[in-house]
Design a protein around this ligand. Structure first.
Ligand SMILES: [Zn+2]
Length: 418
């Protein structure tokens, strides 16, 4: 077919030279269409077949050689484990679609994609979606693109609104199919609270992401039910004061967006997800991004024993109960590490005199880290999860003082910017 098309294009070319110039425009149009058909036939033929095992073989035709090199470089112990993981991405917009593409290119095992929206021309300032996908649901358009990029990834498309009763049911049931991590890439408070609810109920670890309405800052956050603050642990002022939070996303206000900020936040989010899943480096509990000053604040947020979310409080109690088991595991790990340090280093003498410096905080998990240093002006208000009180007195849920209001206002500002 390709050869036929090439001959056709040649014929059109010679026709163009022999006909009077008044025909030129229509012949150009025919030539254009023939060219498009030819490139379409090429793309449909070039879809690669599935790869059974990830190979580290360094050949141009191996889609995984650069990823498997992470193992050779000592960053990841077993990269191929990535094929065992399922990740759910809620919200396939400016951040979610790019996160989905990154995980697909990394060879993730299964992706579950949730969105109720369709692709619009107004989305073209961001990455991923193409003008020819306008009108398709975002999840179907994503599956179309992602399955072409990497047919090894199992893709599930859920075109639904998780904030409806029916949508929530489907959402939470699909998470029960064995999901390792949920990535929240939604653009409003209500949907975040729904993801929070589902994850608290299931004890499901998730990561939240957000980009400000003015498009110049963003954040990512790790949420482990019971262990870290949940999304409801620190309620924003409007919610605490009884304002309907659904009015927060102002109708008719067109939020700004930049492909750059969205791309950076998606990159930070997926990097954190890869570190969490493949167990390398340090998983960030919270990482902000202020593009105007290139400032990346980090902090850690402990759960609030008086959280309004009952499932969160249940998970906090469970977490406290499992403390002896966690302590024993941590102790065993320290002992194992200490005994391995006493062993002779590998390749003590080598002809190149190369020595290996340990520049990582190996083995530090979110649960056993020392308290992080907070950005200037911020203090930890909440007790650590390990100090969860047995009885929360009725007075503890009482009034809000001025300091709390200031803090809540700050959180509200951060929320409005998501
Ligand atoms: Zn909570």
């Amino acid at each position: 077919m390709e050869e036929e098309m090439r001959l056709l294009l040649q014929d059109i070319d010679s026709l163009k030279r022999s006909l009077p110039s008044s025909y030129l425009n229509s012949i150009d149009a025919i030539q254009d269409r023939a060219g498009k058909i030819m490139s379409l036939s090429k793309t449909s033929n070039s879809r690669r077949s599935k790869v059974k095992d990830m190979s580290a073989e360094v050949v141009d035709s191996n889609p995984y050689s650069r990823l498997m090199a992470l193992q050779r470089m000592g960053i990841v112990e077993n990269y191929e484990r990535i094929r065992n993981f399922s990740v759910a991405i809620v919200g396939i917009g400016g951040v979610g679609s790019v996160a989905a593409e990154m995980l697909t290119r990394c060879g993730i095992g299964r992706l579950l994609l949730y969105d109720y929206d369709t692709v619009e021309l107004a989305n073209m300032n961001r990455l991923f979606f193409r003008p020819d996908q306008v009108g398709m649901t975002k999840t179907d358009a994503a599956v179309q693109t992602l399955s072409d990029i990497n047919p090894d990834v199992v893709l599930e498309s859920y075109s639904l609104n998780i904030t409806t009763v029916k949508g929530f049911d489907v959402f939470i049931n699909s998470l029960k199919s064995g999901v390792d991590l949920v990535l929240s890439c939604v653009d409003n408070y209500e949907a975040r609270m729904v993801v929070n609810q589902a994850c608290n109920e299931l004890g499901q670890t998730w990561m939240e992401s957000g980009v400000s309405e003015d498009a110049v800052s963003g954040h990512i956050q790790l949420l482990v039910p019971g262990e870290t603050a949940c999304f409801a642990c620190a309620p924003p002022l409007v919610v605490a004061s009884g304002v309907d939070e659904r009015t927060l996303k102002r109708e008719g206000v067109c939020a700004a967006s930049l492909p750059t900020t969205m791309g950076v936040v998606a990159g930070l989010l997926v990097q954190n997800a890869l570190k969490y899943l493949l167990k390398f480096g340090q998983v960030s509990p919270y990482l902000g991004y202020n593009s105007l000053k290139d400032f990346f604040p980090t902090m850690e947020m402990r759960p609030n024993p008086q959280c309004s979310n009952a499932a969160c409080v249940d998970r906090q109690k469970e977490y406290m109960k499992s403390k002896p088991v966690r302590d024993a595991a941590a102790k065993a790990k320290i002992e194992a590490e200490a005994s391995s340090l006493n062993e002779e280093p590998l390749h003590l003498d080598n002809e190149w005199n190369i020595s290996v410096l340990d520049d990582s905080d190996a083995g530090v998990s979110t649960s056993e880290k020392a308290p992080s240093i907070l950005p200037e002006g911020l203090v930890h208000e909440l007790p650590t999860a390990d100090n969860y009180p047995d009885q929360v007195g009725p007075t503890a849920t009482g009034g809000i003082d001025d300091d709390d209001l200031e803090e809540l206002q700050r959180q509200l500002d951060a929320l409005n910017s998501s």
